[in-house]
Design a protein around this ligand. Structure first.
Ligand SMILES: O=P(O)(O)OC[C@H]1O[C@H](O)[C@H](O)[C@@H](O)[C@@H]1O
Length: 275
């Protein structure tokens, strides 16, 4: 089914609605299960930016391992289920438009509410062109303030984790692998073991550098940046990852881990830009 000049919708072999974008600047795939970006490839270099696990479950029975899961209205184990409740529900398309080199898609989950009855409205906007911009907009329609968190939990594809250097992170981080001990960001920033860090200095630009290529990631509206690689043992334990899967991926996540208090009638936008 054609949604616009550059946007099509189809049903996958596993029965999930998939949106495909192919415009003069880039191609992208998006699953309406989770409002989940599956792939993004700018045409200037035809390099896939996102990693998808070969064992990812794509039938809607659990969140997809890879691409860009949307974690909301909390991050991690702040409440149950982990990472909130929108990454494993169906979303719907609100709006699609093409403007030559840029395609805009807006979508929302079928329901969004907080425990305790609070209503927050969520909308994800994708701007697909020579870069990919994700705007995750939270709106408080209640007459009281509400607190929320979340993340754009992007899985970046790397040639090999051993060769990756992450540039741009600084300051203190909370080490989730070591009892939330607060440590100073290393330099150079290389990944040599299981890594699960909440970088508390919310910088606005990070680069993943490898021989012959780099991926630039921009952030705004975040209070932290999460860096995650499960390494070998954890990968082997996860049903939806191959034992060596950790070698080709690195999560660098635009995150709200400390929580944001949203006043009545106000909106907040969490942005990640991938180049
Ligand atoms: O397995 P998931 O629920 O998708 O979570 C995957 C990972 O997400 C984040 O990066 C967290 O910091 C990790 O602690 C967690 O293991």
């Amino acid at each position: 089914m054609k949604l616009s000049t550059h946007v099509f919708q189809r049903i996958s072999d596993q029965g999930m609605p998939i949106i495909s974008v192919d415009n003069p600047q880039a191609s992208l795939e998006l699953s309406l299960f989770g409002g989940h970006v599956l792939s993004y490839m700018p045409k200037r270099d035809n390099r896939q930016r996102l990693w998808m696990s070969p064992k990812a479950v794509m039938d809607g029975s659990k969140a997809i391992r890879g691409g860009i899961p949307v974690c909301w209205p909390w991050f991690g184990a702040a409440a149950e289920p982990a990472h909130g409740f929108v990454r494993d529900q169906m979303w719907q398309v609100l709006r699609v438009d093409d403007d030559n080199d840029l395609t805009r898609i807006q979508l929302q989950p079928e329901f969004s509410h907080l425990a305790g009855g609070g209503q927050l409205e969520l909308m994800l906007e994708l701007l697909i062109g020579e870069q990919l911009t994700l705007n995750l907009v939270t709106h408080n329609r209640q007459s009281k303030s509400l607190r929320f968190g979340g993340a754009l939990h992007s899985y970046f594809r790397v040639k090999h984790i051993d060769q990756v250097v992450v540039d741009g992170l600084s300051g203190a981080y909370m080490d989730k692998v070591a009892n939330r001990l607060v440590e100073e960001t290393p330099s150079p920033y290389v990944i040599t073991q299981e890594t699960d860090r909440i970088q508390l200095n919310a910088v606005s630009d990070v680069h993943i550098r490898e021989a012959g290529q780099q991926t630039a990631i921009g952030f705004s509206g975040h209070d932290s940046i999460v860096v995650w690689n499960p390494w070998q043992d954890k990968s082997a334990q996860m049903g939806d990852m191959t034992t060596d899967g950790y070698q080709q991926m690195l999560c660098i996540e635009a995150a709200i881990t400390q929580g944001i208090e949203l006043a009545p009638g106000h909106s907040h936008t969490l942005t990640q830009i991938i180049r």
